[in-house]
Write a protein that binds this ligand. Structure first.
Ligand code: C2E
Ligand code: CA
Ligand code: CA
Length: 686
């Protein structure tokens, strides 16, 4: 699903966003080029045609002079004959073949070393004028002849011809030159070997500029229409894509960021070159028993809780940190960890997470919520490689999260809330996977076998009972101890099936012993706390046992008290019901974990099993012995029998016998054994 969404997003980006922007900018550049080139072309054409006119006029002057010289006039007198020049340029400069001045009617002269050929509309040589101010830097650049310096020109007073007949104010205004440029043209006429240069004035009139502006304006308007259309289209595309992206990145439950967003942005943050010098942590934040919450308060409340969590986390995230909702009640978080070394970074991350989890637990004042987190540290690249300039490469967000998730799932109801990933956890995870894959088939194949550990009286050492303990005898892996699979079964719920199986095996055994006329003793069966979420547990157990028909009093049920019972009343009620059905009930592991003296007061018990921890290690201070003595006293007063577990030494047996302990279960007497072995022992004991 996420893959499909990612593909769609990429397609959208490619299709709608960039082509529009590229098209818009291409069109804009093209429009500007067209307008600029058009104006340039038109201006060149305008100046060209003006130069052609000037050339024609100068040529007229030249022809007139040529004619005058042909009819015998002297050049000097021909030139000064003002009548010839009424309409044509009158300032001329005549040199001999070597370029020496013969005569001039001008104050200035052509600069012979600053010339260029003008070829448009005819061939002609143009020279700069010695009197004209072209500006220092432009002196060597002959083409600067057409760099009209408006401010300079503005200083010069233009000669204004008197207004002609029929000339309106407007047309006169339009005809006014706004820039002027003077230069010399060489005119190729024959003047007895002399060379003729005519001074011309190029004028750009106000109307010329207006033409250019109008043309430019029209072009601009024509090009602006599609440009505006493209602009609007691009904006709409960007907005549409923005909306689609938002939709794709929005989590439907929390309304915040979804997993796809997290994957994309976490990779961005971690892959960034600068961020690579920082230590980060990938966190899997998990709410425990969310499904229980849903069944208690409904899915709407459940979704509201997740939404609330999303808002809470958003407020706690810092710059360059990301978080997103993973399935069900998990959130992925990327924390930036401060610290001078990796250890300090991890400590800081731990502290921050601890206070975050504490705050989350109080998110709903009326209910206590439970959270835990798995963390996979992502060291800074410099500390991993020693090179500060390296970047994090090939970041696999899914794998980092799966490591954090592995750490998180190792919790198995422990009191610790934060778990840091290490390689050993991967082995544990693959073991869990193996167990999960094989448990059903193993149950069907009878690989779960009943072992019985006898319980003895400490004084006369009679076999008076047993506890049923499961062993997984796997053809592939050999004998697997319960500690390797019971916690996993408690997590995945398979413990219900296994306990039922054990219970029915014991019921069957008791029934068989009775039929065979053998001696029977009560056998206790462990009932995992997971059963207490099941309604009608006592009835269910009773039906199961009745399927084989043994007496209820021969089947004792071992239960444990635990912090995980939010509602202790459920435990009390079930124990009462079980006893009402005639099953003896024992409190297992008393003195360990969460068991409390209160349970003695509240839960109507038949047997109290003192945890083996009381008898482990040295009891130099004698405090353990005092507690055991008092617990036995208390139980006796409450009319509850006591079983001491994990007894391995003779002194312990004697000590317990002196205190009046009812039964002893431990390696001193016997280890858990197969049924056949137990039967033989019972027969011998009888
Ligand atoms: P538990 O119910 O407290 O069982 C007693 C454990 O103590 C057994 O471990 C037993 O072999 C061990 N033990 C007995 N005497 C001694 C001793 O003198 N020294 C030492 N060191 N250990 C002793 P086991 O069989 O490995 O079972 C471990 C736990 O697994 C059990 O603790 C119980 O909580 C659980 N378990 C075993 N079978 C089942 C079952 O069928 N259903 C459920 N729900 N839990 C089971
Ligand atoms: Ca037990
Ligand atoms: Ca126990």
């Amino acid at each position: 699903m996420a893959k499909i969404k990612e593909k769609t997003l990429k397609k959208l980006k490619r299709k709608s966003f960039w082509p529009s922007i590229i098209l818009f900018f291409t069109f804009m550049v093209m429009s500007c080029t067209i307008i600029f080139a058009g104006i340039n072309l038109f201006a060149t054409y305008l100046i060209g045609s003006k130069l052609t006119i000037l050339y024609d006029q100068a040529m007229d002057t030249g022809i007139m002079l040529e004619r005058s010289v042909q009819v015998g006039d002297k050049i000097t007198s021909a030139v000064t004959n003002a009548a010839h020049f009424r309409r044509n340029p009158s300032e001329v400069y005549v040199t001999d073949g070597e370029g020496n001045l013969v005569m001039s009617t001008s104050d200035s002269e052509p600069l012979f070393d600053k010339s260029f050929e003008w070829t448009q509309g005819g061939r002609c040589k143009i020279y700069k004028d010695s009197a004209w101010d072209y500006g220092e830097e432009a002196l060597d650049d002959i083409e600067s002849i057409f760099d009209f310096h408006v401010p300079d020109l503005a200083d010069r007073a233009f000669e204004r011809a008197p207004r002609g007949k029929g000339e309106t104010m407007r047309s006169r205004w339009l005809q006014e030159p706004i820039v002027k440029q003077q230069f010399w043209m060489y005119i190729p006429v024959s003047l007895n070997g002399k060379k003729l240069y005519v001074k011309c004035t190029l004028e750009i009139l106000r109307q010329d500029v207006i033409y250019i502006m109008v043309l430019g304006g029209i072009a601009l308007v024509l090009l602006m229409i599609p440009l505006i259309f493209l602009f609007i289209n691009t904006i709409l595309n960007i907005r549409m894509q923005h909306r689609v992206t938002k939709l794709l990145y929005m989590d439907p439950v929390t309304g915040g960021h979804n997993w796809m967003y997290f994957q994309a942005y976490a990779a961005k943050v971690l892959g960034n070159g600068w961020n690579s010098r920082k230590t980060y942590a990938m966190v899997d934040l998990h709410m425990e028993r969310y499904t229980n919450y849903l069944s208690c308060y409904g899915s709407k409340q459940g979704e509201e809780l997740l939404e609330c969590m999303d808002g809470f986390l958003r407020a706690r995230m810092k710059r360059k940190e990301v978080f997103g909702h993973y399935g069900s009640a998990d959130f992925g978080l990327i924390f930036r960890c401060e610290g001078s070394n990796e250890e300090e970074c991890q400590d800081n991350c731990y502290r921050r997470l601890r206070s975050l989890l504490a705050e989350l637990a109080g998110l709903q004042p009326e209910r206590k919520l439970h959270f835990h987190a798995g963390v996979c540290m992502i060291p800074s690249v410099s500390s991993a490689t020693g090179n500060w300039y390296n970047q994090r490469k090939n970041i696999d967000i899914d794998q980092l999260f799966s490591f954090a998730n592995t750490a998180q799932s190792t919790s198995h109801n422990e009191s610790e809330q934060i778990f840091f990933f290490n390689e050993r956890m991967l082995e544990e995870q693959s073991w869990e996977q193996w167990v999960e894959n094989h448990m059903q088939a193993a149950l069907a194949a009878g690989e779960f076998q009943v072992y019985l550990q006898p319980k003895y009286t400490p004084t006369d050492r009679r076999l008076v009972g047993a506890e049923a303990l499961v062993r997984w005898v796997c053809p592939e892996k050999g004998m697997i101890p319960p500690s390797r699979f019971i916690p996993l079964f408690e997590e995945n719920g398979f413990i219900m099936k296994l306990d039922d199986y054990m219970l029915s095996q014991i019921a069957k055994l008791q029934a068989e012993w009775k039929v065979q006329g053998k001696k029977t003793v009560p056998i206790s069966v462990n009932i995992s706390r997971a059963h207490f979420t099941q309604e009608g547990l006592a009835e269910h157990i009773s039906q199961l046992v009745d399927g084989y028909g043994p007496k209820h009093k021969l089947i004792e049920l071992e239960v444990t008290e635990s912090a995980f019972f939010d509602d202790k009343n459920v435990l009390i009620d079930t124990v009462k019901q079980l006893r009402a059905y005639g099953f003896p009930v024992s409190m297992d592991d008393f003195g360990a974990g969460y068991s409390s003296l209160n349970s003695l007061k509240d839960i109507p018990l038949d047997v109290l099993k003192l945890d083996s921890e009381f008898f482990r290690g040295d009891d130099e201070t004698g405090r353990g012995a005092i507690i055991v003595r008092e617990a036995i006293c208390l139980a006796r007063e409450l009319n509850v029998r006591v079983v001491a577990e994990g007894i391995e030494q003779r002194e312990q047996v004697d000590f317990l016998a002196a205190l009046g302990c009812d039964m002893i279960q431990g390696y001193y007497f016997a280890r858990p054994m197969p049924v056949k072995e137990f039967e033989a022992r019972m027969a011998a004991d009888a």
